[in-house]
Design a protein around this ligand. Sequence first.
Ligand SMILES: [Ca+2]
Length: 337
Amino acid sequence: MAMVSEFLTQLSFNIGANEPTYPTVVPVVDFNPDRDAARIETSIKTKGVDEQTIIEVLTKRTYSQRRDVAFAYEKKAKKDMISALKGALSGSLKTVILGLMNSTAEYDASVIRGSIKGAGTDEETLIEVLCSRSNDELVEIKKVYMELFKKDLEKDVAGDTSGNFAKLLLALVQTKRAAPSSIIDYEKIDDDARALFEAGIKMKGTDVPTWISIMSERSVPHLQKVFQRYKSYSPYDMQESIVKEVKGDLQKSFLVLVKCFENKQLYFANRLNEAMKSKGAKEQMVTRIIVSRCEVDLKKICSEYKTNFGESVQKTILEHTKGDYQKVLLSLCGPEE
Ligand SMILES: [Ca+2]
């Protein structure tokens, strides 16, 4: 018996640790950081700056390879590569390239910091990031947030939000979500589905803390089954129930969570479409999604995009952006499939 449970523990640990990734940016084979550093140096020194080469080199290397290039550059040029790029580039291209010089967790932490710093809060960005990242990603983001800003993410989130919205975000930041288990607990699935129903549609008002604890503590595969089961109790599915029961930022947050539990890449595909096709061209949103997901799941986001909108992300980028910004986005998305 001891051996069986040991085996099961290990199995569920492995499932949690090996979340599949679908990156568009992968390690380049035949990597030579000194050669790359020399190319970057020449590009920066070229009159008018050779943006094309900078894009070619830095978007076709992973973060860890870009770090090696930066290290080689510093040794060779006796200058910091990020500062040199800052001076050489401008506009949206600069934002993307500087974004790429961060690890995914550093980038996310900076986005969160940017959305809560100063007066007012950019709730939309805060919700997108905190409600879409996996538990493992949030653990890493919290650690990096402390390293970069010498501040506690939980305290910052609590200081900038209020009410049930704050409680939900805090519960997510506390990263108490269970790891996926190899054992399907049908009884618990039924209990949770009924509890969600009784705390919402069935009662007058909403027992928000019950919703928060179920949605922030259960594993994603478990919740997917809970939402299926939920339909046998409620005349409305989970997303419809959220719309009926709660309002404002709390509603938006629950919706992003549930959409991501059901199909995270479809959620991002919709966000990309919305951002690129909106009148005010939400460039920050496009940049944020592509930079933060290119080494995580951008490939799958692109395929969900094509399935849903009948055209490729690449085609939408061609139609809605221009210049070096267009080039860098296309390069990060990779070839159309
Ligand atoms: Ca209700």
